[in-house]
Design a protein around this ligand. Structure first.
Ligand code: PLP
Ligand code: TYF
Length: 401
């Protein structure tokens, strides 16, 4: 029956982990997948998450099905975290929100909803480059995927002129996907001033902004600062779509906690959109998992746990920032590695786009047992004081060839 099914390629990101696992060298380092590691290189369960989980367990809750759109207290609090208590749609009760299977599931609900109900051309513009999964995800949702310029190879920075030109040339009413903060894979975000300009262009061209916020709190250490772009667009009167993930900022990766929301014109429109979100979700997976949403909600609904969580997110962000500083000093100053390495310090979030070439990343894997994606992206969280020196020396050797 399946004789005509061709073997598919491995996932470019998750495939790196496979290669890492197969390597038996004790010096090996995995900088492929974007998952936080602590100073010992171990997965990190946030103490606030542990406490929240204890609270959930102590309440001895049942395991009944959630409603189609998930745990209502959780989705209310998730929207509040993203939009802020002062936002008009929150105050007016016009945010249509549903729980989702983490950020990926939120994007997919959004893609499916737009493919079915967006009244204009079903084209979505993605930044180039973008998170690899965006492309098949939106294509499989039934949207036509297009691209806008984002990265400037020469400056290892934002190609802001290219971005503006591409958005200005985009077909009116197209959908435009924006990484809310900590752009994956480049680690380069627009400045607040640039976000204001982007918002103006999006308005002028009547584009529909779809924000992917997978790293709120993780970029700067502040959930408020990282929500700037989303909140600015909303305050400028844009209606937006928003995908939220609690994988990184709460370390709830495998629990699959997320939310998808749309801001609507009024409560009556919200009710209609809510009803159609249910109709999109019901035949996909019926209803979302309950445990992680309870944990996230225990944190978001308690001022004490919330405060602790904010400190812990900042701790993760700060450790990554200190690794950037160290790596920059080692390459630029101690080793005088050929090239300019300032971008390692200025980039933000989970990743650094190093500028290493595919042959160099291949050599790093084969000769130094250092694993990263072929585009030269490294997960900064995979570095710690125990392996950063070996990493810097290996990069130095690879660059010198
Ligand atoms: N969007 C971006 C830009 C990401 O980097 C990620 C995870 O790496 C996601 C969405 C979704 O991740 P998850 O489905 O685990 O929340
Ligand atoms: O490292 C990245 O960019 C992500 C990580 O279900 C990831 O691809 C891994 C698994 C998953 C979602 C994201």
């Amino acid at each position: 029956t399946w004789s005509a099914v061709p073997a598919g390629p491995p996932d470019p990101i998750l495939g790196v982990t496979e290669a890492f696992k197969a390597d038996k060298d004790p010096r090996k380092i995995n900088l492929g997948v974007g998952a936080y590691r602590d100073e010992q290189g171990k997965p990190y369960i946030l103490p606030s998450v542990k406490k929240a989980e204890e609270l959930v367990r102590a309440a001895n809750p049942d395991k009944e099905y959630l409603p189609i759109t998930g745990l209502p207290e959780f989705t209310k609090n998730a929207a509040l975290l993203a939009y802020g208590a002062d936002s008009q749609p929150i105050k007016q009760g016009t945010v249509a929100v549903t729980q989702s299977i983490s950020g990926t599931g939120a994007l997919r609900i959004g893609g499916a909803f737009l493919a079915r109900h967006y009244p204009h051309a079903k084209a979505i513009y993605l930044p180039s480059p973008t998170w690899g999964n965006h492309i098949p995800l939106f294509r499989d949702s039934g949207l036509e995927v297009r691209h806008y310029k984002y990265f400037n190879k020469e400056t290892v920075g934002l190609d802001f002129e290219g971005l503006k030109a591409d958005l200005k040339a985009a077909q009116e009413h197209s959908i435009v996907l924006l990484h809310a903060c900590a752009h994956n894979p480049t680690g380069i975000d627009p400045t607040p001033e640039q976000w204001r300009e982007i918002s103006d262009i999006v308005k002028e061209k009547k584009l529909f902004p779809f924000f992917d916020m997978a790293y709120q709190g993780f970029a700067s250490g502040s959930t408020t600062k990282d929500a700037f772009a989303v909140r600015h667009f909303v305050s400028e009167g844009h209606q937006i779509a928003l995908a939220q993930s609690f994988a990184k900022n709460m370390g709830l990766y495998g629990e699959r906690v997320g939310a998808f929301s749309l801001t609507t014109a009024d409560p009556e429109e919200k009710a209609r959109v809510d009803s159609q979100l249910k109709i999109v979700i019901r035949p996909m997976y019926s209803n979302p998992p309950i445990h992680g949403a309870r944990i996230a909600n225990a944190i978001l609904s308690s001022s004490e746990l919330y405060g602790q969580w904010e400190t812990e997110v900042k701790g993760m962000a700060d450790r990554i920032i200190s690794m950037r500083e160290k790596l920059y000093n080692m390459l630029q100053k101690d080793l005088s590695t050929p090239g300019e390495w300032g971008h390692i310090k200025s980039q933000i979030g989970m990743f650094s786009f190093t500028g290493l070439t595919p042959p160099q990343t291949k050599a790093l894997a084969e000769k130094a047992h250092v694993y990263m994606t072929a585009d030269g992206r490294i997960s900064m969280a995979g570095l710690n004081s125990g392996n950063i020196e070996y990493f810097a020396q290996s990069v130095d050797k690879a660059v010198r060839g």
